[in-house]
Design a protein around this ligand. Structure first.
Ligand SMILES: [Zn+2]
Length: 224
């Protein structure tokens, strides 16, 4: 039996007892679950397990990294669940074609459907659209659900479609809405001002609509 000190924080390098990253001594743990702050300021936990030959194998596991992994997993689960909620919300209609008439797998419904399955959303690749995929922003998805508490609306574009160069649509943080409470978006629509204000209240930092160049037919809300 032997105990082999390893530094899990940098990808599982064999280290030996006198090794801790660039040669800084950190030593062996005394018991599984022991927590120490490393010379790098991060928090590590002594972890032991038995390898295939029956040897006890001990190493310092980076708790910061582990916490980050757990957090990332939670965010991905949330993203899927909220997308599922958007998909099944009776007040939200998701376009299955682009305003341009182009047909691809980057329409609003497909973007949400993919996200609900844990898959990244596609961007369009016609015109100046960049193609590729992106994760839909969780804050934007939650905002869609929140907006649906008050409004019945249609989403015309998310990550797909063709927009201005550098558009925040391509980052997965933006929604275009072209029908609100059964009426097409336009300068005389009675609910536009309130809808746009609610987008801002829900954290959108770029809110455009009728009166803004290129936005006479839809409201555009982008999150940071
Ligand atoms: Zn837009």
């Amino acid at each position: 039996m032997y105990v082999n000190a390893r530094n899990d924080g940098l990808g599982y390098e064999p280290r030996g007892e006198n090794g801790w990253r660039q040669g800084v001594r950190f030593g062996l743990g005394h018991y599984p679950g022991e927590v120490r702050r490393g010379p790098d300021g991060r928090v590590y936990e002594w972890t032991e397990r038995v390898d295939g030959l029956g040897n006890i194998d001990g190493f310092w596991s980076d708790l910061t990294d582990r916490a980050k992994k757990v957090w990332r997993g939670l965010i991905e689960t949330l993203r899927k669940n909220v997308a599922n909620g958007v998909l099944s919300n009776p007040n939200i209609t998701l376009a299955t074609t682009h305003v341009s008439g182009n047909v691809d797998n980057a329409n609003a419904r497909q973007n949400i459907d993919d996200t609900s399955k844990g898959t990244d959303a596609s961007r369009s690749s016609y015109g100046t659209a960049p193609g590729g995929t992106v994760k839909l922003d969780l804050q934007m998805l939650v905002a869609l659900l929140k907006l649906a508490d008050t409004y019945k609306f249609s989403v015309s574009e998310l990550a797909g479609g063709e927009h201005a160069k550098g558009s925040r649509h391509y980052n997965g943080v933006t929604v275009d809405v072209n029908i609100i409470n059964g009426k097409r978006v336009g300068s005389t629509h009675p609910d536009i001002a309130n809808f746009m204000q609610e987008c801002r209240s829900l954290g959108a930092t770029q809110v455009l609509g009728p009166g803004n160049p290129g936005h006479d037919t839809h409201v555009h809300c982008a999150w940071p």
